[in-house]
Design a protein around this ligand. Structure first.
Ligand SMILES: NC(=O)c1ccc[n+]([C@@H]2O[C@H](COP(=O)([O-])OP(=O)(O)OC[C@H]3O[C@@H](n4cnc5c(N)ncnc54)[C@H](OP(=O)(O)O)[C@@H]3O)[C@@H](O)[C@H]2O)c1
Length: 339
């Protein structure tokens, strides 16, 4: 069997990604080898390839953090999984439960934690894998580790929602669509923003109660607040520099802004009293732990949530997959097929 990997070798940039054959080794004690059948892209993977995520990243590196496939071999002492099981990778391989700390956060796949999922085999601690529920395809499972768990942590674990709560999501990227789906699962009303009336159709199909186009409507924040039908309890903020001030103005006193992304800039100028005087919770979210990941898999299984897959590319065309994300041509997740 081949073990092809798409790796960055000579420098950063989408056009520096190259297909290489890599050696395969047997898993050691406590390790499992996954035959990665599908990977999916996250914004951080694009930023890593472009040299923005960590300009000092050592090369070569295989990018991407999300993947799922079949357990091909297990080392001594492995008890949770068997050869032949379908399994999905947990993003922070060393954050199993509890609060984050620097050591746990240093275990992110496809970055500080080492090579990522754009390769046909990957050896990880067995504890970094979760079984895929019967109702979920391997391809769909591969969309979940980073974007899915981030949205789950923000909406289900940290969002403080009750049935009938109001949630605002921004854009139609991976995190935002999962946030919309989980908020609907929790019985919340969802106001979603997007840059495109065409993309808005997907938001409405997923159950958004109102969609506001922030490109054609300069007063989109007011339109979202006026159309919310009640105080806004949670905003899933992925715009960062572009959107945080608007989020602060929209959120109800005591509400939560989940700080997740910086698509519109990593620095923000904000009116602090809006948070201080109204007891707004600014909640950073960085993916989550394996306990949450397994809870999310159970939730998706029970509620029949279907991840939105926008584009599919074979491994050999991974450069085009990254270009698709760079151009914001996608709605939901971009999948790479490694079979
Ligand atoms: N903290 C974490 O654990 C974590 C985990 C995953 C991702 N993230 C971060 O969350 C953000 C989203 O990640 P993703 O993987 O979901 O990205 P993505 O799939 O690439 O999402 C991109 C989409 O977001 C929308 N968008 C772009 N710029 C925007 C802006 N300035 N304001 C509002 N919406 C904007 C666009 O949708 P429309 O055209 O529909 O507007 C665009 O197509 C990134 O910054 C990423 O680094 C953080």
């Amino acid at each position: 069997m081949t073990n092809l990997a798409m790796e960055l070798t000579g420098g950063f940039g989408i056009d520096r990604l190259d297909l290489q054959e890599r050696p395969v080794r047997d898993p050691g004690p406590g390790e499992a080898r996954l035959r990665v059948e599908f990977a999916s892209l996250n914004r951080r993977d694009l930023l890593l390839v472009e040299g923005v995520y960590n300009p000092r990243q050592m090369l070569p590196i295989v990018p991407c953090s999300d993947g799922a496939g079949i357990v091909e071999a297990v080392g001594p002492g492995c008890e949770r999984l068997r050869v032949g099981d379908r399994a999905v990778l947990h993003f922070f391989t060393g954050w199993l439960s509890g609060e984050p700390d620097s050591a746990k956060l240093a275990t992110a796949l496809g970055g500080p934690g080492g090579d990522g999922t754009l390769q046909q085999t990957l050896i990880v601690p067995e504890s970094a894998l979760a079984k895929i529920p019967e109702t979920l395809s391997t391809e769909a499972a591969a969309t979940l580790p980073c974007a899915g768990l981030t949205a789950w942590s923000a909406v289900v674990d940290l969002g403080g929602l009750k049935p009938g709560s109001v949630v605002v999501t921004q854009g139609t990227g991976g995190v935002s669509l999962f946030a919309l789906q989980f908020a609907r699962m929790m019985g919340a009303r969802v106001i979603a923003t997007t840059s495109s009336d065409d993309k808005a159709r997907t938001l409405l199909r997923l159950g958004a109660d109102l969609v506001v186009n922030y490109r054609t409507n300069p007063d989109w924040a007011r339109a979202a607040r006026d159309g919310a039908g009640g105080p806004i309890d949670l905003i899933v903020d992925v715009g960062g520099g572009d959107t945080l001030e608007a989020s602060l103005r929209m959120i109800r006193p005591g509400g939560t802004i989940a700080l997740i992304g910086v698509l519109g800039g990593a620095k923000a100028s904000i009116t602090l009293p809006l948070a201080v005087m109204r007891q707004v919770r600014l909640q950073g979210v960085t993916c989550g732990h394996r306990e949450g990941f397994e809870a999310m898999l159970r939730g998706i299984d029970r509620h029949g949530i279907d991840p939105v897959i926008s584009h599919r590319f074979p491994l050999a065309l991974a450069r085009e997959a990254f270009a698709c994300m760079r151009d914001n041509a996608h709605v939901g997740k971009i999948v790479v097929d490694l079979r």
